[in-house]
Design a protein around this ligand. Sequence first.
Ligand code: MN3
Length: 203
Amino acid sequence: MNFEFPALPYAYDALEPHIDKLTMEIHHTKHHKAYFDKFVAAIQGTESESKSLEEIFSTISKAPLAVRNNGGGLYNHSLFWQILSPNGGGLPTGKLAEAIDLKFGSFEDFKTKFNDAAANRFGSGWAWLSVKADKSLCVCSSANQDNPLMDVHDCPGKPILGLDVWEHAYYLKYQNRRPDYINAFWNLVNWEKVSDNYQEAMK
Ligand code: MN3
């Protein structure tokens, strides 16, 4: 079994005031942990046990819904914790900044597009910045715990930045004000990590 439940790379209160301690604690120890446990249970004794999440996602349309939902939940949150940081915010730099300008015109235009994807995702889901097969960038959103690595997704690619817009990600602090949570998110983005993800996806 090559799957593990990742520790949070910072303290539960480290993202205050933008994301509160209780939300982070419940999100990691209850929601993320439950996806992990249910995913492990769903693949036990199947050939998926020896595959990577990326491999599993590439044929997810043929997998049981429990694998899709919980495998997605495991992967998506593991990425999400990594691209947040108490020292985050600011602007991307280097090759990633160039690629964003090339694709979207400017960082502000990219941000508007990403915010729209996050705000307009009806119900539960995620907003993504991905690298497509042709190595260009793409902003999109997905329902539930789907992601751009899944063969069911309409904007396939390798996600390098993701935002959880399930109510469990923001409701305790922001209640129905999803746009306020989305705005606060930009103060936390770990652009160094997103740049690393970008370089990895460009290989
Ligand atoms: Mn979540």
